[in-house]
Design a protein around this ligand. Structure first.
Ligand code: IPE
Ligand code: IPE
Ligand code: MG
Length: 252
């Protein structure tokens, strides 16, 4: 029987998929084997979100800083990325997933950029799950591009400098149209943000696991959700205040 009050389901989950390299190294295999194994975990994560009614999932696939890895690893990751785009989009579309990419797209090859565009175009009308893939993404870069966009608006007379407030900045950041992540998950045992969504994670609940990304399973994701359901989100207020105002986890 379902519980009397359904546990709070995060509307938006943001994930740092970390630990692929170590997973492979522990098996004395090349790191790219770990990245390949990680692709399976991506599907587990998407399935889980679809089943639980999570509305948005943002996956950190490749950071601005990851370009600095050995050329061989970057090249292999690009190939993997291309294959995944070819292989998965049809099925994602069939399942009602709307796909989009955030990050510095111009750094990718033309063939990857074309497939990104095609995936976004094909799935644009879907409404079950917003899947955001952060690729060549950096939180600082995101803030810098927002600042640049605001400066341009001011220079061209569409905005006054004194009108720049939090809402104006938020509107220029990636994911402006989605609720901010309620839950952040990082696999791989490190407790850091690694230049992921810096602005958007301001009040996100953080959850870490030692598990390496290719080892991810639904039980681990359920564990994260259970932890999330037990947390009190105060948003700067007192416990008594939040108990008064909203017995539920997700503010409007
Ligand atoms: C995360 O796994 C995937 C990417 C950064 C592309 P890593 O490759 O960082 O794996 P570890 O952290 O070295 O184990
Ligand atoms: C963060 O992982 C980026 C992705 C998972 C895509 P990293 O492995 O790059 O992070 P650091 O270097 O451990 O901070
Ligand atoms: Mg790593």
């Amino acid at each position: 029987m379902p519980p009397a009050t359904a546990p709070a389901i995060p509307r938006h989950i943001a994930v740092i998929m970390d630990g692929n390299g170590r997973w492979a190294e522990r098996r004395r295999r090349p790191r790219i084997i770990g990245h390949r194994a990680g692709a399976r975990a991506v599907n587990i994560c998407i399935d889980f979100c679809l089943e639980r009614g999570v509305r948005a999932l943002t996956l950190f696939a490749f950071s601005s800083e990851n370009w600095g890895r050995p050329q061989e690893e970057v090249g292999a990751l690009m190939k993997l990325f291309l294959n995944a785009l070819d292989r998965e989009v049809e099925e994602l579309d069939r399942r009602g997933v709307r796909v989009r990419f955030i990050g510095e797209r111009e750094r990718f090859s033309a063939s990857i950029r074309e497939r990104m565009h095609a995936a976004e175009h094909q799935t644009r009308a879907n409404t079950r799950l917003d899947l955001v893939v952060a690729a060549s993404y950096g939180g600082r870069q995101d803030i810098a591009q927002a600042a640049r966009a605001l400066a341009t608006d001011v220079a061209e007379g569409r905005l006054r400098a004194e009108d720049i407030d939090e809402a104006a900045v938020a509107a220029k950041m990636a994911l402006a149209d989605l609720p901010p992540p309620d839950l952040f998950i990082r696999t791989g045992g490190d407790h850091r943000i690694s230049n992921f969504l810096l602005w958007q994670l301001a009040y996100t609940e953080l959850w870490f696991t030692e598990l390496l990304w290719p080892e991810l399973d639904a039980a681990t994701l359920q564990h994260a959700l259970d932890d999330f359901a037990g947390r009190e989100r105060r948003f700067g207020l007192t416990s008594a205040q939040v108990a008064d105002v909203a017995p539920e986890k997700n503010p409007a």
